[in-house]
Design a protein around this ligand. Sequence first.
Ligand code: ADP
Ligand code: MG
Length: 346
Amino acid sequence: MKESKNVASIGSMGEFGLINHLTKNFKHVNKSTLTAVGDDAAVIECGADCMLVTTDLLVEGVHFDLMYTPLRHLGYKSVVVNLSDIYAMNGKPEQITVSIAISAKITLTALDELYAGIKAACERYGVDLIGGDTTTSITGMTISVTALGRVKRDEICYRSGAKINHLVCVTGNLGAAYLGLQLLEREKELYLKDPNTQPEISGYPYCIERILKPENTPAILQLLRENNILPSAMMDVSDGLSSDILHICSQSGVSCKIFEDKIPIHPETRLLAEEFHLDPSIAALNGGEDYELLFTADPVHYEKLSAIEGIHVIGYITDTANQPVLVARNGVEVALKAQGWNHFNK
Ligand code: ADP
Ligand code: MG
């Protein structure tokens, strides 16, 4: 009885309410702890530069389904999702640790596949595997990766630096991973009903790749550097554009106006959305797992930003006298909410 009440109250707090509740009474006793909880990575003073530290946990049945997730891809993705948080601070990832809890059903061949994926990601992004931990699990598999990175102190991009009138920009495109996941889930259901059916996922390689084997975009950060553009705020898009831009707004004490017709969506995402009778904008706003970069920048950089391939200006920062809004295609403004797509039903 008591336990179910406790579970209900945790549920009503939401993830960020819970993190805040658990961590708010911790005081830092080391002056090297520059930034702790609340951004994509913690920032630690380390000589002339700063060290960045971030960690993510992937749990079987919650974050991945081994029925349709190749272990090699899973290993790769478990690294990429962590490096994404280092890049989101404008840092360069350098090391990772990998900890795994494995159940009796996992074979050595399967673990070799997982580690082949981890190795491929280490090679692709130039990071070193420096340790971890290994244990057994009585339920499913759990993978925890911690990434360490480096950044110059005056180049750190926090979530809290967005200023009024700054441009809101996003890299790549959004919503593809969410639709890829819908496709995999649909085919899994069909397979479970009739194991003789062949999965029909062949028409959408891009969306499938985006959910199973996402990539980071460090080249964009390099282009920004070459153009002398330092984002005023930045984070990676892991929970969906609407939820993530609201983090930047609340942590910067500002508001924003986002234009639906500026949100970048891949043509394959549109096709797949049509097949599922879903609005692709809703997938972009609320889907998540995109691992693109969301940042704000001074409007003096508008021309330069518009000219960089892979960067899309999708709106601008406003003051808190205004609510965060999405300007829909038909010109109607709707409140931007973390799970607000019901209000955005056109
Ligand atoms: P991201 O989506 O960028 O990985 P999260 O939403 O997971 O970030 O976490 C937000 C912030 O809360 C981060 O600074 C993270 O380190 C911190 N955090 C998350 N869970 C915990 C926890 N259980 N204890 C302490 N800090 C946590
Ligand atoms: Mg993040």
